[in-house]
Design a protein around this ligand. Structure first.
Ligand SMILES: Nc1ncnc2c1ncn2[C@@H]1O[C@H](COP(=O)(O)OP(=O)(O)OP(=O)(O)O)[C@@H](O)[C@H]1O
Ligand SMILES: [Mg+2]
Length: 308
């Protein structure tokens, strides 16, 4: 649909900053919930995390407690290239977790930037500028993880996320139609790799909203693992009422109820992700490079309560 081309001359995103796009064109599969709670869990184990809300619905912003009135500047301003990413970022109540919020203006951004040659690379350029700023500023702890919450569409906004990311993380709901649409999503990732971002990897599939009382859900998990093998995370996020209650309190579930099954699952997912990242970095650099942070296997409860 969009005639997209590779943009030369843009430096690749900063190597210390791992940029992951949470994408699935299916609605309501847990993209936003995973961005918020995986982000919080990563922050709790010592990472410095930025969540970029790229959905006009702004659910990640609401779920992280940033009221619409406080979203004067947003990712819309970044995509129309009127503001730097650094200038729209806000700290959240979660220590070490920052947010680039979204507003409804984003809904019209596709038309606004359609005629620009760099339209698919706006976010990539903004992240490259942010990385450069952060490496120059010794006082500012640089982001180690950037999670981009995409809208439920394979539109230009999602293209911007995939063009900017090192890898795509796909939340998949454990339901009958889970695999439907996945082929299209995976071929979009291939398309972006060919045309926009040769380094783009498929990070993994996160199974969400698993209900153990539903035998169909167990079958879906088996099917998805059969189809995608190791790309599917071991950790499965259960259906958990606390997860769905938390956003109405403007809190990640880890702050709302740390002990519940949902919080524990997201902590487990974060640990698994760090392990995978370590293995990935080791193969990439022949084992020479290590993670910028040391990760205790478990966060202490204090690390979540401070600063909130
Ligand atoms: N593990 C879970 N247990 C219970 N409810 C959940 C769980 N994960 C997500 N939900 C709820 O399901 C709904 C959809 O989740 P979410 O908003 O994260 O999906 P999404 O993929 O971001 O949706 P959209 O495509 O509209 O952006 C929300 O109401 C959320 O609170
Ligand atoms: Mg969402």
């Amino acid at each position: 649909m969009h005639a997209l081309s590779m943009e030369p001359g843009l430096s690749s995103p900063h190597s210390q900053m791992r940029i992951l796009a949470l994408a699935n064109q299916k609605g309501g599969v847990g993209k936003t919930t995973t961005a918020i709670n995986l982000g919080t869990a990563l922050a709790a184990i010592g990472e410095r995390v930025l969540v970029i809300d790229l959905d006009p619905q702004g659910n990640a912003s609401t779920g992280l407690g940033v009221d619409r009135r406080d979203r004067r500047l947003s990712t819309y301003d970044v995509l129309i290239a009127e503001r730097t990413l650094a200038s729209v970022i806000q700290e959240t109540a979660v220590p070490r977790l920052a947010l680039a919020p979204a507003t409804i203006d984003l809904a019209g951004v596709e038309l606004e930037i359609a005629d620009h040659k760099d339209r698919a690379h706006r976010l990539r350029a903004a992240l490259a500028a942010l990385a450069q700023e952060q490496s120059a500023d010794t006082n500012e702890a640089a982001f180690t993880y950037v999670l981009i919450d995409c809208p439920p569409s394979l539109n230009l906004i999602t293209m911007n996320a995939m063009a900017a990311a090192h890898a795509v993380l796909v939340p998949l709901q454990c339901e009958f139609f889970a695999l439907e649409g996945l082929t299209q999503l995976l071929s979009t990732v291939d398309h972006v790799r060919t045309n926009l971002n040769p380094g783009l990897a498929l990070h993994g599939i996160v199974l969400t909203m698993f209900d153990s009382r539903n035998s169909l859900a167990t079958q879906v998990v088996a099917d998805v693992r059969g189809f995608l093998g190791e790309k599917v995370y071991e950790t499965v996020i259960p259906r958990n009422v606390r997860i769905s209650e938390a956003p109405s309190h403007g809190k990640p579930v880890l702050l709302y109820d740390l002990k519940c099954a949902g919080s524990q699952a997201y902590l487990k997912l974060a640990s698994e992700m760090i392990q995978r990242e370590r293995a990935y970095r080791a193969t990439e650099s022949g084992g020479a490079q290590t993670s910028p942070n040391q990760h205790p296997e478990k966060p202490n409860d204090e690390s979540l309560q401070n600063g909130g």
